[in-house]
Design a protein around this ligand. Structure first.
Ligand code: SF4
Length: 472
């Protein structure tokens, strides 16, 4: 039986209608495509010697290729129950001392594969909670990094902070070191939601920290929200969104709560209070309407930006890129990621570090690269990654562009995908002509589903049943 009940979706000033049938059909488990092939396809039979050799090869081949650096700082003082990140919860801050020693070892090791002509155009500290470190530790770590890598004058230097543990001294030190972007987790301002997920964070705390960062000259401030948390209603979520709009960050990430209790057991504690299906969609609908009415541009997936923000400008210029941190304005940079569980993407290689501290420490202490799994892309992977990235960033694919770049005849090469594309077209998510495939405004909220048509690995082993969260 079909259900053509429809719901309004206001997107970048335009009104669209979405039927319940389409919503149910496309709200399925699927990858977020921060990489392609996606992580479940990587193998721990990955050859580590070959990995470091390929780092050297990339460096020799492209001695001026820009760098993006990521550092994973996994510690948090307490666990937010919704959290899906790789975190280590410790109140005793001494735990950071041996970690920083190993991180320094890894920085030294990794920098050996990077020639002196390569500039860092982007650096990001993520976590966990990077401001779990004391301001002094942050300064020391930044010193180690700057001794080993050369920064471009206009480098984007960003950090994720938790307002609950971030002091004025932290942000003053970070700014002095050159950090120019800051991202804060909010998730929701509603007290009942905050209590249920064990994250009490008053509105004033976030607002005051944003104001301080602005005074100090951070060029871009991002706030994160999550929709789909326990006890959220469209009304309560609208209140949180309006509070964020009042704070007026340059960017907002509004993530879909990923319910994966088979991976994160603590999520089971509130499972019966989760808004699901249509209820969850109404939260998304509320957020997208309020942010776009307030003048934010919907970039795609989970991201909004003010029209003068680099992210929106990069989307217009078609220089927007996607990596493990989400959307990025620094395309064509190799990503060297350090720290426990960090994922590097260099040339054709993805490599992920050990996910537990003991294995990460042991590898470095024994003089080995701390990676444990990875993948070397085939020619087909490289083509599909380019295609998927373009769809997620620009919402369209130019067939002649891909044909010229990869030496294929698009419609022949992707003949198997035609059936899937036809369905997407019939459902109003894409339009097609001889030269392009474009997401419609409605398709913009289902970009993951469009990308899934081109994912050669999907469906094997029934992996989407086991690994991925839902697309909405
Ligand atoms: S502070 Fe962030 S990383 Fe740490 S537990 Fe909470 S959500 Fe996870």
């Amino acid at each position: 039986m079909t259900d053509s009940t429809s719901y309004e979706l206001t997107l970048n000033g335009e009104h669209h209608r979405l039927t319940l049938d389409i919503l149910n059909k496309y709200n399925v488990q699927g990858p977020r495509y921060t990489s392609y092939p996606t992580a479940p396809e990587w193998t721990d039979a990955f050859d580590l010697n070959r990995y470091e050799q390929s780092l050297a090869e990339v460096d020799a081949l492209l001695p001026r290729r820009p760098l993006s650096l990521y550092f994973h700082l996994p510690f948090c003082e307490s666990l937010c129950l919704f959290c899906g990140c790789n975190v280590v919860i410790r109140r005793d801050k001494q735990v950071s001392v041996p970690y920083l020693q190993r991180l320094e070892q890894e920085i030294v090791r990794m920098s050996r594969w990077v020639g002196s002509e390569r500039n860092v155009v982007q650096l990001h500290w993520g976590g966990g909670t990077p401001t779990y470190l004391t301001p002094g530790q942050a300064e020391e770590l930044f010193g180690v990094i700057s001794d080993r890598f050369h920064f471009a004058p206009d480098a984007e230097i960003g950090i994720e902070v938790d307002p609950r543990v971030t002091t004025e001294e932290h942000v003053r030190v970070l700014r002095r070191l050159g950090f120019n972007r800051i991202s804060m987790g909010v998730q929701d301002f509603n007290p009942k939601v905050q209590q249920t997920v064990h994250r009490i964070q008053p509105y004033e705390l976030t607002r005051n920290l944003v104001e301080l960062c602005r005074e100090l000259g951070f060029g871009s401030i991002n706030l994160d929200l999550i929709y789909g948390l326990p006890y959220q209603t469209p009304e309560s979520f609208a209140d949180s969104v309006e509070k964020v709009i009042r704070i007026s960050p340059n960017r907002v990430a509004m993530y879909s709560y990923a319910h994966v209790p088979w991976l994160k057991k603590q999520q089971g504690s509130f499972a019966r209070h989760l808004p699901e299906g249509l209820d969850k969609f109404k939260l998304f609908q509320t957020g997208i309407r309020l942010f776009t009415e307030a003048g934010y541009r919907y970039i795609g997936m989970d991201h909004f930006a003010k029209p003068d923000d680099e992210l929106a400008i990069a989307q217009d210029d078609k220089t927007l890129h996607r990596n493990f941190q989400g959307y990025s304005t620094r395309a064509h940079a190799d990503l060297y990621a350090m720290g426990v569980s960090a994922i590097s993407s260099v040339g054709r290689v993805y490599a992920q570090n050990h996910r537990d501290l003991d294995s990460y420490y042991r590898a470095l202490d024994e003089g080995r690269a701390p990676a444990f799994r990875g993948c070397t892309m085939t020619d087909d992977d490289v083509l599909r990654r380019a295609l998927i990235t373009r769809m997620l960033c620009h919402r369209m694919i130019s067939k002649p562009e891909l044909e010229a770049e990869f030496g294929v005849v698009f419609d022949d090469y992707f003949h198997v995908e035609q059936a899937g594309l036809e369905v997407l077209e019939k459902d109003g998510l894409i339009t097609r002509d001889e030269l392009t495939i474009s997401a419609t405004p409605l398709g913009a909220i289902f970009l993951r589903n469009i990308a899934m048509v081109f994912d050669r690995y999907l469906g094997r082993k029934g992996q989407e049943q086991l690994v991925f969260s839902r697309t909405l």
